[in-house]
Design a protein around this ligand. Structure first.
Ligand SMILES: Nc1nc2c(ncn2[C@@H]2O[C@H](COP(=O)(O)OP(=O)(O)OP(=O)(O)O)[C@@H](O)[C@H]2O)c(=O)[nH]1
Length: 350
């Protein structure tokens, strides 16, 4: 199955919220069917070029009943409709600022036009893809050996799983990868990482239970260097933003890593759980202060109606989004593709 199909199938809770929300908005306005040329509406003076809306392909219902997209119910784009659109986007965790801007861009040059739900989905997908395009960047690979990737996040956000999945992909790409089990306080966490190491075919370095995670990180760097590893991925214990002691511990790990290599960690990945919705924004703020976050991975986009938060994150922080997770299996993580994500999020087919 292609990753887009997987994304499309598993993002359904978010996409049905947004997709069905758009259908409802159009239907609520009376939504009478009326044949009208679809809006090829580029605003007279567009701030940035946005893709003109081409005649959308008929949906499955349209194909079955021979109804073309231009026969779809339409609603006049007015202030009331825009308010409903804003409200729906906020409900979908896109955040107030982002929702307002997206809505304003959709409205630009199109007020008074009659739009169908499919057209609205296309317009929204275009806006989302435009916001997301600059942040869609795979994990950068540096010539430095070992490249140190520190993985941080709150409890249960999916750090260990993400490390396992990434390690497997880098291994498959021929990289010499080592994992360090930095959650030295939880034996179960170390065991879980070892299972992922086995699946990925990557060695996992551990330290005695209860030992200082910063010294494990240092030792792991020495060993990775001696062994000629190209990539060292360091797992860390999950920590809530309000636990000052644990946040200090993280800052110490970073300081000790820098003693060994001032240019390290070369990447600090913050793993975020999509189901936490708007809380992800405050997690980014806190971790950024302590650990100089260089990129994000968003997990658990399957099974949540809060996938819109990724748009808010991209819009607010502009941090690279390296990958997204849509399941618990080793191949349920892939590079972030803004166009695919935008289409899946609003419920459009490829
Ligand atoms: N559905 C789904 N579950 C996921 C995904 N990523 C991780 N999980 C699950 O989330 C749970 C927590 O994942 P972990 O990788 O253990 O999270 P962690 O951040 O290492 O946890 P701590 O070490 O306790 O902080 C596990 O049950 C994973 O299988 C995902 O993309 N989708």
């Amino acid at each position: 199955m292609s990753f887009f199909s997987k994304l499309r199938d598993r993002l359904t809770r978010s996409s049905s919220k947004i997709g069905a929300g758009l259908d409802d908005i159009v239907a609520e306005g009376g939504g009478e069917t009326q044949v009208e040329a679809p809006i090829a509406a580029s605003p007279a003076v567009a701030p940035e070029p946005s893709k003109p809306v081409a005649t959308p392909a008929p949906g499955i219902v349209g194909r079955l009943f021979g109804r073309s997209a231009s026969d779809e119910p339409r609603r006049e784009l007015d202030d009331e409709m825009l308010e409903e659109l804003e409200e729906m986007l906020i409900q979908a965790d896109m955040g107030v600022e982002t929702a307002l801007r997206v809505t304003a861009n959709i409205a630009e040059g199109r007020m008074g036009r009659r739009v169908s739900s499919t057209e609205l989905k296309e317009l929204l997908a275009d806006e989302i893809a435009r916001i997301m395009a600059p942040v869609a960047r795979p994990l950068p690979i540096f010539p430095k050996r070992p490249q140190v990737v520190l993985v941080v996040g709150v409890n249960g956000s999916g750090k260990t799983t993400t490390i396992g999945k990434l390690a497997s992909q880098f291994r498959a790409a021929g990289k010499n990868v080592v994992i360090a089990a930095g959650d030295t306080f939880r034996a179960a966490a170390v065991e879980q990482l070892q299972v992922w190491g086995q699946r990925a075919g990557v060695p996992v370095m551990t330290a005695p239970e209860g030992s200082d995670p910063a010294s494990l990180a240092f030792d792991a760097m020495v060993k990775a260097e001696t062994d000629g590893a190209e990539l060292l991925m360091i797992d860390t214990a999950g920590r809530l933003q309000n636990r000052q002691d644990l946040m200090e511990e993280l800052a110490k790990i970073v300081r000790v890593i820098r003693k060994k290599d001032p240019s390290a960690p070369h990447n600090t990945l913050l793993v975020l759980d999509a189901t936490t919705g708007q809380n992800a924004l405050s997690q980014v703020e806190t971790f950024q202060k302590l650990a100089d976050v260089s990129g994000l991975v968003m997990t658990k986009l399957d099974g949540t109606a809060r996938g819109g938060v990724l748009v808010a994150l991209a819009d607010r922080f502009g941090l690279p989004i390296h990958a997204i997770g849509v399941g618990e299996q080793i191949d349920d993580l892939d590079a972030f593709d803004p166009r695919d994500f935008a289409k899946a999020l609003v419920g459009l087919d490829a």
